[in-house]
Ligand binder design. Sequence first.
Ligand code: FAD
Length: 341
Amino acid sequence: AAAPKVAVVGAGVIGLSTALCITETWPSCSVTVLSDQFSPNTTSDVAAGMLIPHTYPGTPIHVQKQWFKETFSYLFAISNSAEASEAGIHLISGWQVFKNTPKEELPFWSDVVLGFRPMSEAELQKFPHHLFGQAFTTLKCDCPPYLLWLEKRLKAAGTQMYTRKVSDLWDLHSEYNIIVNCAGLGAHHLVRDEKLFPVRGQVLKVHAPWVKHFIRDGDGLTYIYPGIHRVTLGGTREKDSWSLSPDPGTTKDIFDRCCSLEPSLQEAQDIKVKVGLRPSRWCVRLEREVLSQGRVQLPVVHNYGHGAGGFSVHRGTAKEAARLVGECIAALQGSSSRAKL
Ligand code: FAD
């Protein structure tokens, strides 16, 4: 049978990593990425890219932990290679601090990150408003470098990439055998998923090269995440807000909250404001679906709805999506051999 033609819709961290995983797992497939935006114009470009999982209430914890573990080990290997700086992947140590002792002292991911431990008294002295804290080392993906590195890997594997807005997945049925939907928040319109909603996040990207440790308030709202070139200061979580324009009042509020955690940030320079809409859902939609019109069928694999934690789990969900593409290939081959009989 001819090599199956696979179209991946979306070129954020989920689309690009899924396309790469498909080319690695099924090298005989011809893979094309179709997207209305590429880096630097995706939500993924706004993200801090820290590997600290967000919890999806509708996905079993052991599954989320597996996704995180796979992502962590994949990026850990890159961070230990000569590719690390081009790929924008680096290890980073720091603190998560709490005003009250958290309900669960050990998050599910505590044995995946490195060296997770309670903070010492000496460390806590840096945070006079906080009672308790956790110290650990994790990984960070700098964007856009990581997305550009994924694109480069895809081009080397022969993947085509086209700018194209898809208004209906069915429009692709005459050109492709299998569709992989990684449209992020775009899936709200593309497949009319009412369960998908935006959670608006505003962040500042500043020049403060003396800040080397991450600091995150346990409420998840205020954070300081140093990257290779710039420090990301956050943030906000505004459910159902579709606005992409920065709000000046919010900028000041974020800056003040971050300065109260790390007073030296008062000296930060070159403050840039970014807004992104997290593609949020009760659980990631990671499943197979067969669209049909009459006797014509089009297999689809959905992989979207990663909300606040897409970077933290992207490789794990990409692997599962590639496995589901394998099921679609097997089903196509089964039906084409039946058709010949
Ligand atoms: P996107 O990056 O939005 O990509 C979707 C792609 O689909 C785009 O290329 C778009 O053009 C394309 N598309 C959409 N509709 C169509 C269509 N109809 N036709 C063609 N193409 C289409 N996560 C972490 O793990 N760690 C963090 O530290 C972190 N920080 C964050 C900070 C902020 C402020 C925000 C907003 C998010 C943060 N996230 C973080 C979450 C993370 O950014 C997302 O989970 C992730 O980027 C989702 O990736 P995606 O590829 O699904 O979506």
